[in-house]
Design a protein around this ligand. Sequence first.
Ligand SMILES: *[C@@H]1O[C@H](CO)[C@@H](O)[C@H](O)[C@H]1NC(C)=O
Ligand SMILES: *[C@@H]1O[C@H](CO)[C@@H](O)[C@H](O)[C@H]1NC(C)=O
Length: 319
Amino acid sequence: MGLLRLCWLLLGALAAGSAQLYFEKVRSVTLDICNSSAIIPCIVTNLILRRTNVTFVKWKLQGSEFFAYDGVVDKVTRNITFQSANLLDLSLLPQGTASLVLSREEALPGNYTCDVAESNREGDTIVELIRVSAPWFKPTEISFIIATMVVAVVLYFSQSAVVAMKFDMTLSKKIGLIFAGLIIIFLAVIGIVLFLPEGYSSSQRTGLALIVVPAFILVPLLYFLFTSVFEKQPLFAIILVALKAIGYIIAVAGFALCVLACPPKQGSVMIAGLAIIDIVAAIGLIYLIVIGGSSLKDHQPPRKAVEESLNDAKGVMLQ
Ligand SMILES: *[C@@H]1O[C@H](CO)[C@@H](O)[C@H](O)[C@H]1NC(C)=O
Ligand SMILES: *[C@@H]1O[C@H](CO)[C@@H](O)[C@H](O)[C@H]1NC(C)=O
């Protein structure tokens, strides 16, 4: 009659087991780069009274208590180093949800103990918080993004130098070209400083924006350089400017995908756009060198036209 005895024992345990609270078993939760906060789950499955004013919750990390909620007086106490700690939703506590929310910064890895008491019944459960530090971009991608910007700026200054040497250009136009280049460098350097630290915070995203978005200036600048060379733009120059604009649009679309989705999967789209910008710039540089070297006379516009375009340019600069 061993079986019957076991049944009686089990029934007895269930009846008397009213002293014990049970939990949904969650062994661990993972905090990755995309979590702005950590939710550590703790759900009691056998509450009976279901009233906040008889419920107590305690949270411990590695055995030491840092958060407590006393339902009798409706009061929270927390350790100074866990100022963000809070119950996920106090209104869900009567249903058994005693899950904890922590800010990303305060969510230290380790074993968290959730201790719940309802009147004289009590129980606890342990959940391990694991932090994984998968970076937003791989180091190769970061190197590539920075390299494309450096190359874009170098090519821009090379193009400007070629045009300045081979074709007539006023001092104010030269200063304007240098100034535009310096703005791009300035914004990109700030962007890189913000972007480099590991993470996915708003400062990293702002940094990436400062690297990618100002590259737009390079599109009208390329057109501007061509207007100093040609009185009437040849089709090839127009195609180059258009391709550069397309490269820019792809880069910005890729940037938007990177910033909106986490984990970002479209880093390659942005990098492809930046690469197109560089390739077009390189072709543009070769084109300018060829035009400036071989067939200068054929292409150089009449003096009057040059002056007109210079005056236009000055007007543009002064605005
Ligand atoms: C982090 O976010 C993921 C996806 O939203 C979620 O499944 C996971 O529980 C979160 N981790 C923590 C610790 O809150
Ligand atoms: C948490 O507890 C588990 C199981 O006891 C153990 O394997 C793990 O190493 C602990 N983690 C930490 C950070 O102490």
